[in-house]
Design a protein around this ligand. Sequence first.
Ligand SMILES: Cc1ncc(C[n+]2csc(CCOP(=O)(O)OP(=O)(O)O)c2C)c(N)n1
Length: 628
Amino acid sequence: MGTLLESIHSPADVKKLNYAQLTELAEEIRVFLIQTLSKTGGHLGPNLGVVELTLALHMVFDTPADKLVFDVSHQAYIHKILTGRRERFETIRQPGGLNGFMLRTECEHDCYGAGHAGTALSAALGMAVARDLSGGKENVIAIAGDAAFTNGISFEALNNIADQTKRLIVVLNDNEWSIDRNVGAIARYFHRIVTNERYRNFHESAARLVQKFGGKTAMTVVRRAEEAAKSMLWPSILFEEFGLQYFGPIDGHNLPLLVETFQFLKKEDRPVLLHILTEKGRGFQPALDGQKKFHGLGPYDPETGKTTAGLTTYSEVFANTLVQLANTDPRVVAITAAMPNGTGLDLFRPHHPKRYFDVGIAEEHAVIFAAGMATRGFRPVCAIYSTFLQRAFDPIVHDVALQKLPVVFCMDRAGLSGDDGPTHHGLFDIAYLRGIPEMVLMAPKDEDELADMMKTSLSLPGPSAIRYPRGAVAGVARKDVPEVLPVGKAEILVDGSDVAILGLGPMITLASELGVRLEREGFSAAVINPRFVKPLDRETLELYSRRVAVFVTFEDHVKMGGFGSAVIEALDDMGVSVPVVRIGWPDHFIEHGKVDALRAKYGLTVEAALAEVLPLLARRQRRTLVAS
Ligand SMILES: Cc1ncc(C[n+]2csc(CCOP(=O)(O)OP(=O)(O)O)c2C)c(N)n1
């Protein structure tokens, strides 16, 4: 670790440095990031892009009194390093270590937690208004990427800012990338500003001026000239129409310029937006060459950036199956909300470019857009992570289900997401979807069944959703052509008469293991792949309720409102009183960590199930003995 970096224990240490030292510190931070994340994995590209920005913010502002609100907050690693967490930084995203996002419980300098995009402006405005109401003096700064401005919430906040406060700084960190290339009219608008020759020349000279003179006088000169230039080039600058004074674009890697600008902006008594230009992945050639890959990744070689080839994932099988289904059905269209890479849809795009839609980080819009297409006879498939689909709950109810439109929701990352932590765990989708009339909700036990479920979904007259997990597939043989499954019918894998074990989705492996263990103990265990959470296979439940002493349900979802709860409700409706042992996540936000370790900690294991099931089975044995 560099010697300057070793001397940084708090933001006060940053403030002691001169510009030459800050520039050196920026380089040391980059080396430290590249080396550390090569072992832990993480959001390398975004953080390499905001080294100077974060240093400048901590030079000028005083956290925790001043509030830095990072959008998504995947780019807050340097903030963590500068605010007393450098020594623990090697634990980032590791079990028991630092979280990969801002976390209020982790540190007093993390004033607002995030993980989902588009929240920074609203949250910062809330803090600014709270300050105004309580007579405070602190500065509030929202830092949002260009892709955050593809999100509706950012615009809802923009619409509101100038009416509510006079003191708020918004930093637009523009690197032209979302995870993939940023998309849409806003991205093009930013691009036009950035690439306008006259404006760029003007800004280069403005920057030189600031560096030469420094301080407010120079900035005032710059501002006057800037206003003149802007009125010449853009009579109606977007942000100005929203009532925010727009500054920029300036070089987001020029530390003195950033510092001087923030010193000036903090004195403004009107809301301001500073547009800075940064390079995602700056300082690491593999990240500059592979923007998508280095947005966020697992461990890599710190010299070459190479990663080990992964196993086939559910996302890949989803994408390849969708290509296959779209080949024979021209009504099929694919929609992603800024996640072509993560959902696998970037594999679909080259096959059917006209039927592929990246709408930006706009899940609500994605779903309503899909609803619109469905009214015109198309078969939209929305590939949205379980956690991000939470955003679109109302459109799913109001636009899709209520109108019985045949939109298919393919929910990747359903279940525990592991290293990313609570903002990214997909643990609530069954609870939020299963109460919606018309919805068909499925979970495949393996990749072959995922393909069948996609085919089934596309054959339905109304809405449906399929939940499947992050990561590698089960590795089973796949049929050449997917089949339509009988809706609401479970698959009985092993018959039995003492206990019926239902394992939803890939949790079927735990169900099968439990079955084997119980057989060894002398019990007859049925193992059932439910396939459908809704409609539930009541017939099969009824059949087993007459035979078994206990049901066991396994699900990678919160127990409350989940699959096991659906089974209990169904049995109760039938007037059956067989006990149900539910294995799933407790009513608690689960921290980040390794999936297996977290399952062990929270009792999502065969052992935990055995401990609950055996006494119930023993009770039945005793009753049988007494009866005989
Ligand atoms: C609601 C929501 N949808 C999708 C994502 C996935 N996601 C994480 S970061 C990101 C791109 C962010 O781009 P930008 O804000 O420009 O920041 P950059 O990484 O380029 O610095 C996306 C789409 C998310 N975090 N939240």
